[in-house]
Write a protein that binds this ligand. Structure first.
Ligand code: GRF
Length: 190
């Protein structure tokens, strides 16, 4: 059984889908949820599923390596960034080579990078008059939204779409594909 740690900063709808997807799996399980925000909804989801949580603080996360001990204690095989808004520090990338996956709500390399998260992404896609958007699942590295792309899925857009409707279409793709892509990565890459 492989062990997944989810890092998230927000509501955690992706985290919930992933937790539920692996609930009865004999391949992997979510054994830890890490957040940088003590009031993040993702922590409530973890607690509701009796999954241990860990709160990180900026100084500890960037100036120490204590998170490695937490991950080691849980024997983590894969780190999943599901709406985690901080940059991943180099020591964590090195400790988990091709074992940290991130999801971005746009078709990278377009509409990615610093500041491109949540509604900002969909507003930029709308402003650019794009005919499609989608999701990108990729290996995390030390830059925002860079790293080798693992999977992409698209959704069609039309003139009536707003940043909100684009967000809804993209979130539906996230929920549909992220758990399955994680399973595939754990089946073939780990
Ligand atoms: C998603 O839009 C994801 O693409 C981005 O952060 C958001 C997480 O949403 N990385 P949720 O907290 O899982 O609902």
């Amino acid at each position: 059984m492989k062990n997944i740690a989810i890092f998230a900063s927000g509501g955690g709808s992706n985290a919930r889908k992933i937790i539920e997807y692996f609930k009865d799996s004999d391949l992997a399980q979510v054994v830890l949820v890490v957040s940088n925000k003590k009031d993040a909804g993702v922590l409530d989801i973890a607690r509701a599923h009796h999954i241990p949580t860990h709160l990180i603080h900026r100084a500890d996360f960037y100036d120490t390596k204590e998170i490695l001990a937490v991950l080691d204690e849980r024997e983590i095989d894969l780190i999943v960034l599901a709406g985690f808004l901080w940059l991943v520090p180099g020591y964590l990338i090195e400790a988990f080579p091709r074992k940290i996956v991130n999801i971005h709500p746009a078709l990278l390399p377009l509409f990615g990078g610093k500041g491109m998260y949540g509604a900002h992404v969909h507003a930029a896609v709308k402003a650019a008059g794009m005919k499609e958007s989608g999701i990108t699942i990729h290996y995390a590295n030390e830059q925002y939204d860079a790293g080798d792309i693992i999977f992409q899925a698209t959704c069609a857009l039309n003139e009536e779409d707003t940043p909100e409707t684009i967000a809804q279409k993209v979130l539906a793709l996230e929920h549909e594909y992220f758990p399955r892509v994680i399973e595939r990565v754990m089946s073939y890459e780990l």
